[in-house]
Design a protein around this ligand. Structure first.
Ligand code: 5GP
Length: 194
């Protein structure tokens, strides 16, 4: 099973995922490659594979990525080897993709279940981004602009099976858990008794 999560940054996707994912031990998170600099606490090979622009472009040239996109002036991409290995091991894989990357991803893995996580409002999104304190005024403005574009694109052209409005974390988490229970192969293997 393949799950794709998309959200504007600050929609609370990471908190939501951290809360729900431990319920699904068969779901592994795909680790993307990026040219973005690590944030404090981020570990290479755990949160992302941190690459130089040169290294990233080499991955593109060698056709090592399922999809890639430039988001907020940095490159992000999904390494093929990790996904293929995990699917071969019988794992479910969850991806965190920007809304444009999801379109390219679907060309390769059309069976993916798309879940769009949105903040309750743009005002709330800006408030959360400011509280997170990871952005400069300039990058915050860029992220807000992108959030508006991404949300509009996702709601009109994106093909998401589910949209979760992350206002109340408990409610959103219960919603996400319900969706994942419906599809995860771990759960279905328990139900079928195999
Ligand atoms: P952040 O810098 O906040 O970790 O991520 C910024 C954006 O990049 C998010 O919208 C996230 O979904 C997206 N992203 C992360 N990894 C990938 C990837 O492998 N491919 C694409 N297309 N987007 C990604």
């Amino acid at each position: 099973m393949i799950f794709v999560f998309s959200a504007a940054s600050g929609a609370g996707k990471t908190t939501l995922m951290n809360k729900v994912m431990p319920n699904f031990p068969n779901v592994v998170y795909s680790i993307s490659a990026t040219t973005r600099k690590p944030r404090p606490g981020e570990v290479n090979g755990t949160h992302y594979f941190f690459k130089t622009e040169e290294e990233f472009k080499e991955m593109i040239e060698k056709d090592e990525l399922v999809e890639w996109n430039k988001v907020h002036n940095n490159y992000y991409g999904t390494p093929k080897s990790f996904v293929e290995q995990k699917l071969a091991e019988g794992k479910d894989v969850a991806f965190d993709l920007d809304v444009f990357g999801k379109i390219n991803f679907d060309k390769v893995y059309s069976q993916a279940i798309g879940i769009l996580v949105l903040p309750p409002s743009m005002e709330e999104l800006e408030k959360r981004l400011r509280l997170r304190n990871t952005e400069t005024e300039e990058t915050l403005k860029l992220r807000m602009e992108n959030a508006r574009k991404e949300t509009e694109f996702a709601l009109t052209k994106g093909k998401y099976e589910y949209t979760i409005y992350n206002g109340d974390l408990e409610v959103a988490a219960a919603e996400l858990k319900g969706i994942m229970e419906k599809y995860s192969s771990f759960k279905s293997s328990i139900q079928s008794g195999s």
